[in-house]
Design a binder for this molecule. Structure first.
Ligand code: BTN
Length: 268
């Protein structure tokens, strides 16, 4: 039984779906065939062993070996969160994933990082991704589908992916997916309620402390000019922009403007 107030109280598991995010969006729209037409309760979790069309950020695909990993989505109603503060939810979710991974990898706490905006890293490898799809109502959020993909017991990855890893590849240990999911529900609920109850500033500082490459010289690509540049990540702004120091000046960049060049990272 899930040890939470609402996250995972409704917990639907499937052998196969196209995408848990798509299924959750259909539930919200009331268009899922065979499912109840009433509004899904807050904290409803959709989890599947296999996605046939798993989705990543920026229209990419999320590939995950059947039965080896966590692929799930959680329906939330952050109606109290103004649109211009929506990055708070993204930070809270990334921290919640780190909390759950910390329990699984207690001796590797310091290897766990968040690559801006919300990729989950173990040292220089990507172990998880988050895809949050928000619906808005005026200046406030109305609903969020929080999709989480975690590479857990998978050992071989598509060679075209830049730097994938899994918990098993990282630690040499296999993990119980059900237990990991339950721990994730607890941490997600805790971080979400903290955000709701005035914890945005704490969340932002914890998130900043966990940022991948914080304070380190790093190469970025300026997407507009196609020019690489070197800079130092100094933190994030309230709206989620990444603050990068370059040539003694700090500039805030949004998601579309830059990308971190993971392929040129030195082993430092
Ligand atoms: C990324 O890093 O690009 C985000 C990946 C998000 C993947 C998860 S898996 C569960 C949920 N359903 C999807 O189709 N995508 C998210």
């Amino acid at each position: 039984m899930t040890n939470t107030l609402f996250v995972g109280k409704v917990y639907s598991t499937f052998d196969e779906l196209t995408s848990t995010n798509d299924y959750a969006l259909e539930l919200l729209a009331g268009t899922t065939s065979g499912a109840a037409k009433s509004k899904p309760s807050e904290g409803t979790v959709i989890r599947t062993d296999r996605q046939t069309a798993g989705r990543g950020q920026f229209g990419s695909r999320w590939e995950s070996e059947s039965g080896a990993n966590l692929t799930l989505s959680v329906i939330l109603y952050p109606v109290w969160l103004p649109v211009h503060r929506q990055f708070g939810l993204s930070m809270a979710v990334a921290l919640a994933v780190c909390d759950a991974l910390e329990q699984a990898l207690p001796e590797h706490r310091d290897a766990l990082k968040i690559k801006w905006p919300n990729d989950i890293y173990l040292n220089n490898g990507k172990a998880g991704g988050i895809l949050i799809q928000n619906a808005l109502s005026g200046a406030m959020l109305q609903s969020s589908v929080v999709g989480i993909g975690l590479n857990v017991n998978q050992t071989a990855f598509d060679p075209t992916l830049p730097n994938p890893t899994s918990l098993l590849n990282f630690s040499g240990k296999k993990y119980d997916l059900d237990l990991l999911a339950e721990n994730l529900f607890v941490s997600l609920e805790r971080r979400y309620l903290h955000l709701k109850n005035g914890g945005a500033a704490d969340i932002c500082s914890e998130y900043t402390a966990r940022l991948f490459r914080l304070g380190l010289e790093t190469m970025f690509m300026n997407n507009a000019t196609n020019e690489p540049f070197s800079g130092i990540i100094r933190g994030v702004a309230d709206d989620g922009k990444l603050m990068i120091e370059s040539n003694a000046k700090i500039t805030a960049f949004d998601l579309k403007e830059i990308r971190l060049m993971i392929e040129v990272l030195a082993d430092d």
